[in-house]
Design a protein around this ligand. Structure first.
Ligand SMILES: Cc1cc2nc3c(=O)[nH]c(=O)nc-3n(C[C@H](O)[C@H](O)[C@H](O)COP(=O)(O)OP(=O)(O)OC[C@H]3O[C@@H](n4cnc5c(N)ncnc54)[C@H](O)[C@@H]3O)c2cc1C
Length: 460
């Protein structure tokens, strides 16, 4: 083994690897402390050629690899347990930007915020947006098929990728960096690597779609009585304005806990049972605000929403968004809890909340529920916390999780909308995904990585 590490070190040069425990430590711990691991060798290649050589040498030696980007993943897939850790952070160049083709090519280690900035500098938009955008990398976002707040308008990461360059499990390179909207030449191989969580190869660069930069923006908060009214409001706003870019909901407790546990936050709508945070964008200001105000007025007349606050400036819009972004920080200190990231068809969001809430209360009377997230695309972050009077060790978290997943799948949903499976949800995947799909996934894994070199403890 030492011989392998010596060869890797020689190939990568002094800036390209670390073996010292103190240097490696930050890469081995997930930010919340939920996952911690170990590695004998941290490789930090700076080019596709170096990455390919690292994989080839490891594969020849029969040594497994864990790829890592920004280390913001929430299911532990980026944390090694003895594998060679390959960080893509030094592959951080935007290789090219073709504004006339609405596309750019970024290396895997480019942080999302830098892609957004490069697009904006060319008067374009890269629409993927999530709270970890200052650290998450293009390679990680692709490998987890990240979602975020703009999915209902622009789709998931999968919908934003035109081409991929990937180092395969034996060190060969798939040079798929085309920037085409149309390419019907057989299997769309790039899609296999998107959402694969590093189990099929290492993404080294991606060709990404850009969009025209919207000129008009508006953020509004609406008080709604329940998820059914929120659904009606969503469809009215989409149809009447054509401009809905984000539609998030926050239940009462989610906002209460932000106010309680996060400094300097105040409740913008005291007493509202639920709030919808809506972001609109359009190519022009002409008629933009009028259309939105008129749609909200009609929604209020129809009883779909009550109070509506429209942000008058960027600062207010940011304050509205902060409440939403602080929800996780708000409920984290509230004792034993289980957190879920489920999706159902948008039409099924009201029955999901009704059934899941009722089932939680039946199983654990007094349980506290924070339900929030991307209602516009059917994705709830659904957190269940111990009753205040209960001791943490009596909280039946694992059983509650199974019930939440049962309710979601009975409604045609998924146990993981955007965070992935990683090491955290492997047994749930086997239980809740159909057996035929699992068999096909294993066949794909075996075809592309027969020696199980790539992230072997993850996903399957
Ligand atoms: C505050 C916060 C908010 C978040 N909000 C959202 C959200 O709204 N929507 C959402 O979808 N996610 C969200 N996430 C989750 C996370 O940011 C995403 O999963 C992100 O895509 C991970 O990117 P990363 O570069 O940090 O990848 P890492 O965490 O380093 O890795 C994630 C997975 O991808 C693999 N991987 C990484 N790079 C590569 C590569 N180049 N080639 C092959 N495999 C690779 C890893 O092995 C691992 O399995 C959030 C996380 C945080 C901390």
């Amino acid at each position: 083994m030492t011989e392998l590490y010596e060869r890797l070190a020689t190939r990568l040069g002094p800036k390209g690897y670390a073996t010292d425990a103190a240097d490696i430590a930050p890469y081995l711990k997930e930010w919340r402390g939920a996952f911690a691991g170990s590695t004998p060798f941290l490789a930090m290649p700076s080019s596709t050629e170096e990455t390919a050589e690292v994989v080839r040498l490891c594969a020849e030696a029969g040594v497994a690899i864990t790829p890592q980007g920004g280390n913001t993943g929430l299911v532990g897939g980026q944390i090694p347990e003895g594998e060679v850790l390959v960080s893509l952070k030094r592959m951080n160049r935007i290789r090219s930007l073709d504004a006339a083709n609405d596309s750019l090519i970024a290396e895997a280690g480019v942080v999302l915020a830098n892609v957004q900035r490069a697009a904006a500098d060319s008067d374009r938009l890269f629409p993927l947006s999530l709270a970890s955008e200052g650290s998450a990398t293009i390679g990680g976002l692709i490998s987890t098929n990240a979602g975020g707040v703009h999915v209902l308008r622009y789709g998931m990461m999968r919908d934003l990728v035109l081409g991929l360059e990937v180092v395969l499990a034996d060190g060969r390179v798939m040079p798929g960096l085309k920037a085409l909207r149309k390419d019907n030449t057989g299997y769309d191989l790039k899609q296999l690597f998107i959402g694969a969580e590093g189990t099929l190869g290492i993404v080294t660069a991606a060709s990404l779609k850009l969009f025209p930069r919207p000129r008009a923006h508006l953020v509004a908060l609406a008080a709604v009585s329940d998820a059914a009214h929120a659904l009606d409001l969503l469809h009215r706003l989409k149809a009447a304005t054509g401009a809905v870019a984000a539609f998030e909901i926050m239940n009462r407790l989610s906002v209460d806990l932000v106010v309680k546990n996060v400094a300097d936050r105040r409740d913008p709508m005291p007493g509202a049972p639920m709030m919808a945070l809506v972001e609109f964008e359009a190519a022009s200001e002409i008629g933009f605000r009028d259309a939105i105000e008129s749609a909200f007025t009609k929604a209020a007349e129809a009883g779909e929403c009550e109070n509506v606050l429209i942000a008058e400036n960027a600062g207010q819009a940011r304050d509205f968004w902060r409440i939403r972004e602080d929800i996780s920080a708000g409920h984290r200190p509230e004792g034993a809890q289980v957190n879920h990231d489920v999706s159902v068809p948008v039409s099924q969001t009201p029955p999901f909340l009704d059934r899941a809430n009722a089932a939680m209360e039946r199983a654990c009377p007094g349980v506290r529920i924070v339900a929030f997230g991307h209602k516009g695309d059917g994705n709830f972050h659904y957190s269940v916390m111990q009753p205040e009077a209960m001791s943490a060790d009596r909280f039946p978290g694992a059983a509650l999780t199974q019930t939440v997943y049962e309710v979601a799948t009975q409604l045609g949903g998924s146990i993981s909308a955007e965070h992935g499976i990683g090491v955290a949800r492997k047994s749930d995947l086997i239980r809740f995904k159909d057996a035929e799909s699992i068999t096909l996934m294993r066949a794909v894994k075996h075809a592309l990585d027969p020696n199980n070199v790539m992230n072997p403890r993850v996903l399957l």
